[in-house]
Design a binder for this molecule. Structure first.
Ligand code: MF3
Ligand code: CO
Length: 276
């Protein structure tokens, strides 16, 4: 997710209350050849997610997941685009339960039955980025956690369904928000989706709620590629960052989920790139 720093604010990837660029930036459209490379990058991300899905179980450390992600990326000649990004110290982000995003893998952090874990994966392959996040259940989870996961995933697909030529970015944002709020859950406002290409974060910013953000007025054109990434919490839309300066959690400690796909706009409708 993209974060715009307030002028004068030091520190990395801080949240801000109104994450809006001052003016509309022009997106970089991708050629069919570039989209083909992004398709391959996206497929690699999906393969890394498949490895995560197989590995997620009670007793596994988030550090093990990070190593497995590293090895899987390497097998396909890809590298993490998170490692070193603003100093981020790992290959993937692993965020458990009330942790929303940017959880740092750690040898001492073991998954346990009933946890949910959001795993965010971004790779660079032949100069292009694929970016996708998914929340996984660790064994049996509560009905509340299951509902949170389903609503968040479905809100991603509601947004993707609006990712069609001549729609605006805000149409995607609104669809995500409406789905989440219709189910009584809370859409996080402090972090956003984004255009994606040679850079992980390109124009336009893709908010998960309708607003007067100027980039919401960006018209979707063939060749535009965006990462749509709803972040949803059970009790509040507000978040805070832990003392490690990375891990973002829900302000009230309630459960959080995060689903993200990289999606290309084509004349034949949305094409999800981060699939096998
Ligand atoms: N998928 C995230 C994003 O869209 C993850 C970036 S976090 C960092 O921005 F690790 F790269 F910092
Ligand atoms: Co992203």
């Amino acid at each position: 997710m993209n974060m715009f720093k307030r002028p004068g604010q030091s520190g990395l990837l801080r949240r801000q209350s109104t994450p809006q660029p001052a003016r509309r930036r022009e997106p970089v459209l991708k050629s069919p050849r570039e989209i083909q490379i992004m398709r391959e990058a996206g497929r690699i991300v999906a393969r890394v997610h498949a490895a995560m899905q197989d590995a997620v179980r009670p007793g596994v450390s988030t550090w093990h997941l990070d190593q497995l992600a590293f090895e899987t990326m390497a097998r396909y000649d890809a590298t993490s685009c998170f490692l070193g990004y603003n100093g981020y110290p790992a290959n993937i982000c692993t965020s458990i339960n009330q942790e929303l995003v940017h959880g740092i893998p750690n040898k001492d952090r073991l998954l346990k039955e009933g946890d949910i874990i959001s795993i965010d994966i971004g790779v660079r392959y032949r100069g292009f980025i694929g970016d996708s996040a998914w929340t996984y259940a660790v064994g049996e989870i509560t009905p509340e956690a299951r509902e949170l996961m389903k609503v968040t995933e479905d809100s991603l697909y509601a947004g993707i369904a609006k990712t069609i030529v001549n729609n605006k970015v805000v149409d995607v944002s609104r669809a995500v928000q409406q789905h989440v709020e219709a189910h009584g859950l809370h859409i996080v406002r402090e972090y956003t989706g984004h255009g994606v290409g040679r850079q992980m974060h390109e124009a336009p910013q893709v908010l998960n709620y309708a607003s007067d953000d100027p980039e919401g007025q960006t018209i979707l054109r063939p060749g535009l590629v965006i990462a749509i990434e709803p972040m949803v919490q059970v009790g509040t839309w507000q978040t805070r960052t832990l003392k490690d300066n990375w891990t973002v959690i829900s302000k009230d400690g309630s459960l959080s989920a995060h689903f993200e796909h990289t999606v290309a706009i084509t004349n034949n409708g949305p094409e999800i790139l981060t699939v096998p």
